[in-house]
Ligand binder design. Structure first.
Ligand SMILES: [Zn+2]
Ligand SMILES: [Zn+2]
Length: 251
């Protein structure tokens, strides 16, 4: 029942608001914008071809791909120095080019429409879907001040798309809150910021935990991994042992 008006609306929407590529600002060709063809709606064909999807082999902690030969469990240069308290980390793509533009549109330009393309990236990332199926997805929280300012937490919106695409009982469980407003502390030196980040997160009040269940922390971008690791520490302290990490992109 829903499919008919939806297709009809999508066709009309393309006429009223011709889709513009969020990366090059060019027009998105119609055949590429057609949802049923499985294409991206907010990236033109040229930019869509530049989405740098990650496939195995990749680092088991941060998900960054290994190019060339893999020598056992060698330390990855992208997450060197991180002592992960989570089990594995996976990412869909590299944070550059069109993926970077999608994330910027979502985070800084209130571009919630790009979520449909983020869902498309998840559809093309079987190694990520397989890692989250049936799990409780825990979005990395924003500080309440920041979330009020932005109007939403992009990590939660990304987690919702991921849960929808993965299916099989995958749910979003916002169990964490950010208790320290780290952004207002830019004057602190590196070490002090790191110390603050360690205690920046806590469980939400009245959080219902099912420690035996598989939990996956979700964030938009993996940079140093320290934010994700701090969040993982809170869940580990609460008894969650089966804990992984997924990010949309790797910075
Ligand atoms: Zn483009
Ligand atoms: Zn790594």
């Amino acid at each position: 029942m829903r499919a008919v008006p939806q297709r009809w609306w999508l066709g009309l929407r393309d006429v009223i608001f011709p889709p513009t590529c969020v990366h090059c600002r060019g027009l998105v060709e119609n055949d590429n914008a057609e949802r049923t063809a499985g294409g991206f709606r907010h990236l033109c064909r040229t930019c869509a071809a530049q989405v740098a999807l990650v496939a195995p082999p990749h680092c088991s902690s941060c998900g960054h791909p290994f190019f060339g030969t893999l020598e056992g469990e060698r330390q990855c240069v992208k997450c060197d120095g991180l002592a992960p308290v989570f089990r594995i980390g996976r990412t869909t793509s590299l944070f550059k080019g069109p993926v970077r533009s999608l994330v910027i549109e979502l985070k800084y330009h209130r571009g919630l429409h790009v979520l449909e393309d983020i869902a498309e990236i998840f559809r093309r990332s079987p190694h990520v879907l397989e890692a989250v199926r049936g799990a409780r997805l825990v979005p990395v929280p924003l500080h309440a001040r920041k979330e009020r300012e932005r109007g939403y937490n992009q990590a939660r919106l990304i987690a919702e798309q991921l849960a929808k695409v993965a299916g099989a009982g995958t749910v979003v469980a916002p169990l964490l809150r950010r208790v320290v407003d780290t952004e207002t502390q830019t004057a602190f030196d590196r070490e002090e910021r790191h110390r603050n980040l360690k205690n920046a997160f806590a469980l939400i009040r009245g959080a219902t935990l099912t420690p035996g269940q598989h939990h996956v922390l979700v964030d938009d971008v993996f940079t140093t991994g320290s934010t994700l690791n701090s969040c993982a520490g809170v869940l580990r302290d609460a008894g969650v042992a089966n804990l992984d990490v997924v990010t949309l992109a790797h910075g």
